[in-house]
Write a protein that binds this ligand. Structure first.
Ligand SMILES: NC(=O)c1ccc[n+]([C@@H]2O[C@H](COP(=O)([O-])OP(=O)(O)OC[C@H]3O[C@@H](n4cnc5c(N)ncnc54)[C@H](O)[C@@H]3O)[C@@H](O)[C@H]2O)c1
Ligand SMILES: [Zn+2]
Ligand SMILES: [Zn+2]
Length: 345
């Protein structure tokens, strides 16, 4: 089969690989129909993710069809159409029993990281009964691909951890796919304002069409003044960090009003400064989280009921043969205006 391989820092290629085989009775082999590329795949290619070794097939998102079901599986059979979660969960370990699937002792984020992933014709899914979801007839598979990772991430790490509430004021720093997923799912809770902050005017324009009440380009270094002006000097109830850089985390910390929440989503590769001399008396909560993908059933319901339209994040479409073009397009978003690129079998 064809598969996209992480070869070395900065190097990737479409290679021929043998089809994966069942390794445990709870595994499934899934024939991929659609996958996509995540900002985290770009982090891997930069060498930021040491758990992902050269030779790995990348990808942790997508939909497909069950090709083979392990003998212990009871929930799925060959021919079933499935949504793949970016997080594999055994459902039984102490972390899974606490619904913290991201830290499953035999799963978590392993796909396209410590085991081969979804940017291929076939993928082996461990703990398949508890890591796949049925796709109902007539469901839009392009929209569903957004539920493997980005929607649960924006919702769980940003909106839920950030306690977005009716009438609240939310600032989201970073208008990439993850920040925009937080914007879409924040609206479940009717916040009064959602202010998006980014350096890219195109992404800020898209944010406006997806429900942002105001947008700020922080290129001039005056985002804090702009937010204070918008909030009568008070700051925001929820600041969501969706970039993963010291400057954007520190910006979020400067924006939170007393009693507010700073919900970090970004993957950080460098230390940040926490200004406790300014924060100690502000009654704020700071959270971090690796997505648990525990909200997938809720998001599937919201999609079915047409309360969210994540397909609007899809900007480009490619075939698996063109996966290197897909990476180029996704990796040059300021010029190509890419958000999510779909890759079809
Ligand atoms: N916690 C988790 O479980 C989890 C899961 C998936 C992704 N992530 C992380 O979430 C982050 C966002 O992912 P994405 O795919 O949307 O990434 P992305 O790179 O597409 O988007 C980041 C956005 O931040 C903007 N930006 C960069 N520097 C900025 C600055 N100084 N000020 C304001 N905006 C700035 C960019 O213009 C871009 O629009 C990444 O760090 C990713 O690795 C975390
Ligand atoms: Zn991802
Ligand atoms: Zn587990």
């Amino acid at each position: 089969m064809k598969a996209l391989i992480y070869q070395a820092t900065g190097k990737k290629a479409l290679e021929q690989r043998s089809k994966p085989e069942l390794a445990a009775a709870s595994d499934a082999i899934v024939k991929m129909t659609k996958t996509t590329i995540c900002g985290t795949d770009l982090h891997i290619l930069k060498g930021d993710v040491p758990t992902c070794e050269p030779g790995r097939i990348l990808g942790h998102e997508g939909v497909g069809v069950i090709e083979q079901a392990g003998s212990a599986m009871t929930m799925f059979k060959p021919g079933d159409r499935v949504l793949i979660s970016c997080i594999s969960a055994c459902g039984k370990c102490a972390y899974c029993r606490k619904l913290m699937y991201s830290h499953c002792t035999t799963g978590g984020w392993i796909l396209g990281n410590s085991i081969d992933g979804t940017q291929a014709e076939y993928v082996r899914i461990p703990h398949a009964d508890t890591s796949l979801y049925h796709i109902s007839d007539g469901a839009d598979e392009e929209a569903l691909v957004m539920l493997s990772d980005i929607l649960p991430t924006g919702y769980e790490c940003g909106v839920l951890n950030g306690h977005v509430a009716p009438g609240g004021i939310v600032a989201i720093v970073g208008a990439g796919p993850i920040g925009l997923a937080a914007l879409l799912t924040a609206q479940f809770y009717s916040p009064a304002e959602v202010i998006m902050i980014d350096l890219d005017d195109n992404r800020l324009e898209i944010a406006k069409t997806l429900g942002a009440t105001s947008v700020i380009n922080s290129r001039d270094g005056k985002a804090i003044d702009a937010i204070m002006k918008l909030t009568g000097g008070r700051g925001v109830d929820t600041a969501i960090e969706a970039v993963g850089m010291p400057a954007t985390f520190e910006l979020c910390a400067s924006l939170v009003a007393p009693g507010g929440h700073l919900a970090n989503i970004g993957v950080h590769g460098a230390k940040v400064t926490l200004h406790m001399e300014k924060l100690w008396d502000r009654n704020i909560t700071i959270t971090t989280r690796l997505v648990d993908a525990v909200s997938t059933p809720v998001l599937l319901e919201m999609l079915r009921a047409r309360k969210i339209d994540p397909k609007r994040l899809v900007t480009h479409r490619f075939k698996l043969d063109q996966v290197l073009d897909a990476y180029h397009t996704f990796g040059h978003a300021p010029e190509t205006r890419a958000l999510k690129v779909l890759i079809e079998a």
